[in-house]
Design a protein around this ligand. Structure first.
Ligand SMILES: Cc1cc2nc3c(=O)[nH]c(=O)nc-3n(C[C@H](O)[C@H](O)[C@H](O)COP(=O)(O)O)c2cc1C
Length: 318
């Protein structure tokens, strides 16, 4: 019965994932850091920490701050740079088994394009274009707030990485998320992942100062889940043929199932891994158990049909 009713595989832009659970960027290092804490090979995919062309030190001061049901971070894209990642991290990451997704960021269009070109020549399976990081002064989220800016960077990355599937990671802070998503799809995005963190802040009342040197930070965790879910639902209604990867506060199989029902093809698990490192493995087991119990043959069957939404996921391009 298990074989018949629990095919958990997902195909996104031609890349096959053994199941729909992916470790979210910035919360899983380069994979090897978690080898002692869970069976990393059971994951569907691993998104790397955000990569930039050149190494970055990240932000000064406090970088993490817990809130009720959430986590604020101000990491600032600390990373060793793409050439070092390719040489020192990618070979070991490849050995782990799951689909390898390189999360790419940059300060300007040229840096994104050069990063995309280097990744195009590498063995990564997919690029996740991060146009939604709220913690850097230049680039990052600035590209994800406005459709024209998003189009320029997605088109440049698409051209530079002609051989790799391109997923664009959206910002929930965009004033018009649908317009940004449309611009990304029109400029060559094969898939969309959503959401990155919400711009937020905290104040240290004893120092009478913002907690973070940058003043603002990015909010993640269970607090954002209902909003992220609503955004996935709306984009899936608007773009039924575009593969969506749901992100935001997913900490249990039930959370993941909500996103899959809302229209996501797969999900990413971020902050939950910090609180409970085996969270992703348990989520995979829980989705499988639910599907067996409900006699669901495929993930597609989980999706809630939306009235007036024809051709749900039927586009042969995906
Ligand atoms: C400490 C930390 C670092 C992050 N770094 C990145 C990053 O480098 N690139 C990126 O696209 N998203 C980054 N994110 C955002 C997550 O990938 C994810 O989109 C967000 O945390 C929402 O998911 P969650 O609620 O499951 O954590 C980071 C999140 C956290 C908490």
């Amino acid at each position: 019965m298990h074989d018949v009713y629990s095919d958990l595989s997902a195909v996104i832009a031609g890349v096959r994932f053994q199941n729909p659970v992916i470790a979210a960027s910035g919360t899983f290092g380069y994979g090897r850091e978690y080898r002692e804490l869970l069976d990393v090979s059971c994951l569907g995919g691993i998104c790397t920490k955000g990569l930039t062309l050149n190494p970055r030190q990240g932000n000064t001061g406090r970088r993490l701050h817990e809130t009720p049901s959430g986590l604020l971070n101000s990491i600032g894209l600390e990373n060793p740079g793409i050439p070092s990642f390719l040489e020192k991290e990618l070979p070991a990451l490849r050995e782990l088994g799951p689909v390898v997704i390189a999360n790419l960021s940059g300060a300007d269009v040229e840096e994104y394009a050069e990063g995309a070109r280097l990744l195009d020549e590498s063995s990564v399976d997919m690029i996740e274009l991060n146009i939604s990081c709220p913690n850097v002064k230049k680039g990052g989220m600035a590209f994800g707030l406005d459709p024209e800016n998003a189009a320029s960077v997605v088109a440049a990355a698409r051209k530079a990485a002609a051989h790799k599937p391109l997923m664009v990671k959206l910002s929930p802070n965009a004033p018009d998320l649908t317009a940004v998503a449309q611009a990304c799809v029109d400029s060559g995005a094969d898939a969309l992942s959503l959401v990155n963190t919400f711009k937020a802040m905290a104040i240290d009342i004893y120092r009478r100062k913002p907690v973070f040197d940058n003043v603002t930070a990015g909010l993640s965790g269970p607090a954002i889940k209902p909003i992220a879910l609503r955004m996935v639902w709306e984009l899936s209604e608007r773009f039924p043929a575009v593969p969506l990867v749901g992100i935001g506060g997913i900490a249990s199989a039930e959370d993941a199932l909500e996103f899959l029902m809302a229209g996501a093809c797969a999900v990413q698990v971020g902050s939950a891994t910090f609180a409970h490192p085996p969270a992703s493995a348990e989520i995979i087991g829980g989705i499988a158990a639910y599907m067996v119990d409900r006699r669901c043959a495929s993930l597609r069957e989980l999706r809630i049909e939306k009235p007036g939404c024809r051709g749900n996921g039927e586009n042969p391009r995906y």
